[in-house]
Design a protein around this ligand. Structure first.
Ligand SMILES: NC(=O)c1ccc[n+]([C@@H]2O[C@H](COP(=O)([O-])OP(=O)(O)OC[C@H]3O[C@@H](n4cnc5c(N)ncnc54)[C@H](OP(=O)(O)O)[C@@H]3O)[C@@H](O)[C@H]2O)c1
Length: 362
């Protein structure tokens, strides 16, 4: 049986001066998670500004047990702000992140808007924290305001688990299939899955679902190819993000060959991924297991005797990426290929936690 305890997460430097923080998209799935993570990690906050659309302006949210009023996002929202955490979609980031930087803030952006922009660091703290210092962005002497991009959630989960193996044996080729939860599409998608499930189980509806506001397909008791737009090569944008962002984050002179298939499954929260890796050098499953047992942000659930492996429920509301099914790929007898399966809470590590960890590095 292999089951490791979740790794303790680094805490912010308690000597850091408290910051004036804005959360853009505070009422959304990621925004609400931001508030939980900031509180849970004891992030040093001098002032917290919650920003959303005019629809939510005036509503009250809770932070650390205290009521906090939501304000409408405008170009003037960032005056006096040190750190702006954006999770309101690409169009909002494109329009307002430059204004936040202009006002003197460091922006950590959860949208895909700036991820592939040259000069914008794309960061997973367990993988490439050095990219932040290289860009000169931060709060100390000689550092400047700027935008740091949070990678795509499926990319983050994958790279936390795969990068330690890449460092040990050099990933030459990676084949990944995802099983993505409703929460990845936001709070409204979670409500739609819940509503459709009720409708499908209601005898009065004869198994039919009536509500299809977010996805064009029935989601409850079904699954479908990821809803992001298709690219001309037949991959959807989610799949190509996993490829392109991994290349940028790893920054290898000879990038690994990567192919991905992304699927939306009727799970409320936490994504799963099945990953096949081919390495430059042989890597045994025992060595891979030992590497992952020591890897920051990874916890193993790999109990073959009991047939117990990671599930989205294990990963929900947890910081770690849970990895199991670590096995030699029998189609490659030379020992250069492994399979594994992982689950991770993409609202937390795939978005809010990763962004707060970036802010802690600053
Ligand atoms: N969900 C995930 O797992 C995940 C993971 C990684 C990255 N992301 C990215 O994070 C962003 C937010 O995702 P989400 O899942 O949290 O979405 P969501 O639940 O739909 O929340 C969207 C947020 O954006 C706000 N918003 C919408 N239009 C706005 C406007 N015109 N001005 C100001 N605020 C506006 C909403 O405010 P109202 O309540 O007022 O409408 C809400 O707070 C997206 O870019 C997404 O791609 C999400």
């Amino acid at each position: 049986m292999t089951r490791t305890q979740p790794q303790p997460q680094p805490r912010p430097d308690t000597n850091c001066r408290p910051l004036r923080v804005a959360v853009v998209g505070a009422t959304g799935a990621v925004g609400q998670e931001f508030l939980r993570v900031l509180h849970h990690r004891g992030f040093p906050i001098a002032e917290l500004r919650l920003l959303a659309s005019a629809r939510s302006a005036g509503t009250e949210m809770q932070f650390a047990g205290q009521p906090c009023r939501v304000e409408e996002l405008t170009a003037d929202s960032f005056s006096g702000i040190d750190l702006a955490l954006f999770s309101a979609g690409g169009a909002i980031s494109k329009q307002f992140a430059p204004a936040a930087v202009e006002a003197g803030a460091v922006v950590v952006d959860n949208s895909s808007c700036f991820r592939m922009t040259e000069g914008v660091p794309l960061v997973v703290p367990e993988v490439n924290p050095e990219a932040i210092a290289a860009a000169g962005i931060g709060f100390g002497d000689g550092l400047r305001p700027g935008i740091i991009a949070n990678p795509n959630c499926s990319t983050i989960l994958m790279l936390v688990a795969v990068t330690p193996l890449h460092r040990a044996a050099g990933v030459k080729r990676m084949v990944v299939s995802t099983y993505q939860a409703a929460s990845g599409a936001g709070a409204a998608a979670m409500r739609e899955l819940e509503q459709q499930t009720r409708e499908a189980l209601d005898p009065a509806n004869n198994g039919q679902v009536l509500t299809k506001d977010i996805f064009p397909f029935q989601y409850a008791f079904n699954l479908f190819s990821h809803n992001s737009p298709m690219e001309p090569n037949g991959y959807n944008q989610e799949e190509m993000k996993m490829v392109r962002e991994t290349h940028k984050i790893w920054g290898d002179a000879e990038p690994a060959a990567i192919t991905a298939t992304c699927v939306r499954v009727p799970v409320m929260r936490a994504h799963a991924e099945s990953i096949n890796l081919t390495f430059e050098r042989p890597l045994t499953e025992e060595r891979a297991r030992a590497i992952l047992a020591d890897a920051p942000g990874v916890a193993l659930i790999d109990d073959r005797d009991a047939n117990v492996f990671p599930t989205p429920l294990d990963a929900s509301h947890r910081d770690d990426i849970f990895v199991g099914r670590i096995r030699q790929d029998i189609s490659r007898p030379d020992g250069t290929s492994l399979d594994l399966f992982l689950c991770g809470d993409q609202v937390r590590k795939g978005a809010a936690l990763n962004a707060v960890q970036i802010a802690e590095l600053l």
